[in-house]
Design a protein around this ligand. Sequence first.
Ligand SMILES: C[S@@+](CC[C@H](N)C(=O)[O-])C[C@H]1O[C@@H](n2cnc3c(N)ncnc32)[C@H](O)[C@@H]1O
Length: 276
Amino acid sequence: MAAARVADPMVSAETGGPSAPDGSPLPDRSLPSFERDVRRMFTHIARGYEWFDHVASLGNDLLWRPRALWDLDRFRRPGPLHRVLDLGCGTGELARLLARHYKATGVVGADFTRAMLDNATRVSAGRPERARLDFARATALQLPFADGAFDVVTNAFLARNLSDLSVAFREVRRVLRPGGVFLTLEITEPVSPMVGRLFHAYFDRVVPWLGGAVGSAGPYRYLPQSLRSLPDRAAFLTLLAQNGFPRMTARLQSAGIVTTFLAEAGGPSNPSNESR
Ligand SMILES: C[S@@+](CC[C@H](N)C(=O)[O-])C[C@H]1O[C@@H](n2cnc3c(N)ncnc32)[C@H](O)[C@@H]1O
């Protein structure tokens, strides 16, 4: 067991790294160990992740994922979906939803944190959609899938945690067929300054306090920091356009507290250059 852990580059040296005073991981984007520290952080919070997510979002996350799929259905061109990839699938909430929503589609959930994937497998066991669900260990920056393997690639609340968005976008573009759709659901800055003030009072102060109360001060101090590192909506769309997605849009949810970014992969079978 110990030898296997050392041989795996995604598991080796998972101890150490920056921590909060309670010893929980506190990733620092400026350090070369950032990715490993993010993985260590998600390993730390994996067990209570879904429960804490529902509490901290005041239940709203249960609406955000289904609404993102409605946004996807309005954006994508009609046609069957054979294979869908959910990146940074965590405990598999969006992957299971995708498999229930698209009843003839194979869904792969990929994540680089083994503890999250273990929970995804456990929670999915026995569900009717399980037969069309696979889980794979992979980093979003170097995907172990063939070119053009997927019709749709999704990710929910992953983007803030990536060390290099452009690299990830190019990998997604590579594994999408031309005309395939990339969906990103992410926390964003609310549009109205008044909503923004309320949101930040809660997100920057109450959520870290709640995290500290359950022994995870680091991860939930990192959470608001990670939002500050994300490009704003316009810059995010520009980055998509620069990395092979000529048609894209942003749909706001909850006054902009989260955004569904949708982007269509360019390529020979999709010469469209329009942006909307
Ligand atoms: C905030 S959780 C979101 C989980 C899930 N998508 C959801 O909707 O609840 C982010 C997930 O992304 C994963 N992750 C972060 N960076 C990653 C990377 N570079 N490659 C693959 N997974 C990554 C983490 O392990 C974690 O499970």
